[in-house]
Design a protein around this ligand. Structure first.
Ligand code: TYD
Ligand code: MG
Length: 471
């Protein structure tokens, strides 16, 4: 019989201690360790199973053998299916994480409606909103008449018992995992142990019935609420829903996926009638572009298998501070420092007396090193006040030696640029397939100094407005 004794669990990362600590040694969070009774990390079926003298012998199988594709149910939302890898896999569990208010409930009720509209059994369990509230939202989204089964419940045992009745649902949405509680665990709802125990019960339900289950998890910076990170390793896929409330588009990104790719993104736009899919995001990200201003460059990027054109904006201005300011939104600050250092060391620029601001337009976050060249072009353009040609895209990774290095999928980037009417591309040795030119103007650069020279030679255009203001 397991002895019940108090354990101390970090509410942010799930680390377990046998005494209280002010600072969690595992994640470094302050004041996140809370006493929880009788539930170590082993609570669950393993802890309650009677001990046996001998284990059961099972057959081991070879790696070569029969396989079949995971049976999938497409959701009907193309952008969602792109991220999951073609639809929900039967018996799989997906965790959708995101800031509160970003649109998780909206996205999922829309997915539920699409699936239910196709004749599947779909259940939506809300632990946060009353049934009437969910109905009201569905009505506003114009999907009020679709046969989605609703309930406002938080007890996992009751939910599993209800879902197990009749035909197993194709999809069950649990909104959110932080509000769920299970009787097998003593601690209060919202604690790490409860979140983990509830997730375990729901995962078992998915595996035994073949229903796809989606768990919603709020991610907050506040350590008081148990982060859904503690269940990340238990689920089949982790998807994050991102965006900032100041912009109306939202990005769905797979962080982990046992049944599909993890580098695909789905792009949605929040409208007054819910989330609309954006099949061609480049058009959206370039829609409000400033033509003919110094300090902007269009980056031909890739998100998974999809090319994505986005504007990078830079502002380089003389500083009034002892230590110049460097601020960056949507890109890695360490990469900005590196690009600035290379521009100084190998491009002959002097940036020590300048503040530098860099922004990826539209609230997108870029992680690709291929954005180096576009960022550098925007910086040089701003410093020299020479606008870059409006019909040019940039891509390429910059090495510490100043060399511009090739990046992956150059053809896809060039094709997307051509499709959106760009006539020129600047990057590392651009060559078309079988030697043909992908764009009328393709400029191959080998070194960062070539970029500086190219931008400087595209002489500053006189800007009447600016000059009038200056004079
Ligand atoms: P919600 O799905 O409730 O967020 P979450 O479940 O992630 O907490 O979305 C809430 C926000 O979305 C809210 O601030 C209002 C906005 N919204 C719209 O702009 N249009 C709509 O049609 C809906 C339903 C919500
Ligand atoms: Mg919600």
């Amino acid at each position: 019989m397991a002895k019940s004794h108090a354990t101390f669990v970090c509410q942010s990362c799930g680390a377990v201690y046998n005494r209280w600590k002010g600072k969690c040694e595992a994640c470094g969070g302050w004041n996140t360790v809370v006493e929880e009774s009788g539930a170590g990390p082993l609570a669950g079926p393993a802890a309650t199973r009677p001990s046996r003298a001998k284990g059961r012998v099972f057959t081991l199988e070879g790696l070569a053998g029969e396989t079949h594709d995971a049976p999938r149910t497409p959701s009907g939302l193309a952008e969602l299916d792109r991220v999951t890898g073609g639809g929900f896999v039967r018996g799989s569990v997906i965790l959708i994480g995101g800031d509160p208010g970003i649109g998780k409930s909206t996205l999922l009720i829309q997915a539920c409606a699409a699936l239910a509209g196709a004749g599947q059994r779909v259940v939506y369990i809300s632990g946060e909103e009353a049934v009437a509230q969910v109905r009201l939202r569905a009505e506003r989204l114009g999907i009020g008449a679709v046969p989605v089964e609703l309930a406002a419940e938080t007890n996992v045992e009751d939910i599993v018992a209800t879902l197990s009745q009749g035909r197993p649902p194709a999809l069950a949405v649990i909104d959110s995992i932080q509000t769920m509680w299970t009787e097998t665990v003593e601690s209060a709802p919202g604690t790490v142990t409860q979140v983990r125990g509830s997730a375990q019960a729901l995962i078992r339900f998915a595996k035994t019935t073949g229903a796809a289950v989606i768990l919603v998890g709020h991610v907050t910076k506040d350590g008081q609420i148990a982060g859904p990170r503690v269940v990340e390793h238990m689920v089949d896929a982790v998807v994050s829903f991102e965006g900032d409330t100041g912009h109306h588009f939202r990005i769905l990104r797979a962080v982990k996926n046992r049944f599909g790719p993890t580098d695909e993104i789905g792009v949605f736009e929040m409208t007054d009638r819910g989330l609309a899919e954006v099949p061609n995001p480049s058009e959206l990200f370039l829609a409000s572009r400033d033509h003919g201003t110094a300090g902007t460059a269009v980056f031909a990027g890739m998100e998974g298998t999809r090319p994505l054109l986005v504007e990078i904006q830079a502002l380089v201005a003389p500083t009034s501070l002892g230590t110049p300011r460097r601020a960056v939104v949507g890109w890695d600050p360490a990469r900005l420092s590196m690009v600035l250092a290379v521009l100084e060391a190998h491009g002959g620029l002097r940036l020590g007396m300048h503040d530098v601001y860099l922004n990826v337009a539209g609230g997108l976050r870029i992680a690709e090193p291929a954005a180096d060249l576009a960022a550098a072009a925007a910086l040089v353009s701003s410093l020299s006040n020479s606008p870059l040609p409006a019909d040019t895209v940039y891509f390429g990774e910059i090495g510490l030696s100043g060399a511009i290095r090739p990046v992956t999928q150059m053809q896809a980037r060039l094709k997307e640029a051509a499709k959106l009417g760009f006539g020129q591309a600047v990057g590392p040795n651009i060559r078309g397939e079988k030697g043909e030119r992908p764009l009328p103007g393709a400029v191959s650069l080998g070194h960062i100094a070539d970029l500086v020279a190219a931008v400087a030679s595209s002489r500053p255009r006189p800007k009447p407005l600016l000059q009038a203001r200056e004079g």
